[in-house]
Design a protein around this ligand. Structure first.
Ligand code: BGC
Length: 379
């Protein structure tokens, strides 16, 4: 064979390989490897997405979890800005929902009960703030604790799929779910959850990453400056279940319509803050069509900023009040109280029991779609 013919066949072989396995394609910025094994021996993969500015997102088939997000600070220094674990074995102990895709129903359902089309459903009660039992984040083994099937899509995305069977954790209908993470060269991490069902069901699939933009998970997020595009929030009862009231934030410590440091008012003598042990509420996003701004959070020291947009009607802002140092995470760090914040775009908590809230019902023939864009910058 001449040199040229050799080169042509080598090219043809690598093209074929790329078609078979998109992860090998030259232009791709997604790689994958085996992360470990589930207790039943099933292999779990982890995928790395990297963009031209060096941002890195790692996602795994276990819980469709965002394992790590590295972004540069104002001096260009990359750090991981999420709480979590170094190994799959660590993630298997994840009781705080770090990084996880949470479902079927993110946040709380009062008493673990709801009725739909005249039929009553009972869910496991796995949480009891204020001593009042409720169903939290999908149940005993929610979407955060199951093994999804991952696949590289195009050159910047990973799609996870999962079939949540009829009756799983007490919810009706076979629910076919996909969650896609993609990272583009505009420094945007996008998360899209889609679902269809073969029988009416309720759902609220939520992304539950804990952020500390400083890159130092041993420090609190009290100096992070937060803005929420929300003029109203949902007050709760002692069990952190929305009362049904939609209350204006104006004149209260719940007002983040202007950039405000989280620590400025978190300990104020205000009923909602006392019940939540700090911020742990749903804010109702200001009306808008389709995708809209939800939150902006900035860490003044590192200069990192994250802007969150979504198509959902609410955002749960939880400032890590329940973290108590018992979760030992990445690098052996004990995650202490308020060392991270979760900003979870969502439908309204307890919507299945509140006819006045936007409906959380999905029926056959409909497609649920929840989109989040996280845009990172520093300066
Ligand atoms: C909730 C908190 C809960 C936490 C569990 C958040 O979404 O708002 O009340 O303790 O999840 O990790």
């Amino acid at each position: 064979m001449t040199q040229t013919r050799l080169l042509i066949s080598a090219l043809a072989i690598s093209l074929l390989a790329c078609q078979k396995n998109p992860a090998m394609a030259k232009e791709t910025n997604v790689t994958q490897e085996v992360y470990g094994k589930m207790p039943d021996g099933k292999e779990v993969r982890i995928f790395t997405l990297a963009n031209k500015d060096g941002l890195i997102a790692k996602v795994t088939e276990y819980g469709a979890i965002l394992v790590l997000m590295e972004t540069p600070d104002k001096n260009g220094k990359l750090s991981d800005i999420t709480h979590g674990y170094d190994t799959l074995a660590g993630w298997l102990t994840n009781k705080s929902y770090f990084g996880a895709t949470v479902g079927r129903f993110g946040n709380r359902i009062k008493d673990g009960k709801f009725s739909l089309d005249g039929k009553d459903y009972t869910l496991a009660t796995n949480n009891d703030p204020g001593g009042i039992p409720c169903a939290l984040h999908g149940g005993l083994k929610g979407f955060d604790k199951v093994l999804w099937t991952g696949k590289v899509i195009g050159d910047d995305a990973v799609e996870f799929t999962y079939l949540s069977k009829d009756g799983e954790e007490g919810y009706p209908g076979n629910l076919t779910v996909s969650v896609t993470y993609s990272l583009n060269d505009n420094n945007e991490l996008k998360w899209v959850a889609k679902a269809t069902t073969d029988a009416p069901t309720v759902l609220n699939i939520v992304q539950h990453t804990y952020w500390n933009l400083s890159g130092d998970p041993a420090t609190t997020i009290l100096d992070h400056v937060l803005t929420l595009n929300a003029g109203n929030y949902l007050p709760t009862d002692k069990g952190l279940i929305p009362t049904g009231e939609i209350a204006p934030v104006a004149g209260t410590p719940m007002d983040f319509t202007k950039p405000t440091a989280i620590g400025d008012r978190v300990n104020d003598d205000f009923e909602a803050l006392k019940l939540g042990g700090g911020y742990d509420h749903a804010w109702v996003l200001n009306k808008g069509e389709g995708m809209r701004l939800a939150a902006t959070v900035k860490d003044p020291k590192s200069g990192r900023e994250m802007i969150i947009s979504t198509n959902q009607p609410a955002i749960q802002f939880y400032c890590g009040n329940f973290l108590d140092g018992s979760d030992v995470g990445k690098g052996g760090v004990k995650y202490a109280r308020r060392t991270a914040l979760a900003l979870e775009t969502e439908g309204f908590p307890d919507a299945p029991n509140k006819p006045q809230f936007p409906s959380a019902v999905l029926r056959p023939g409909e497609t649920y779609e929840h989109v989040i864009v996280y845009k990172f910058s520093a300066g």
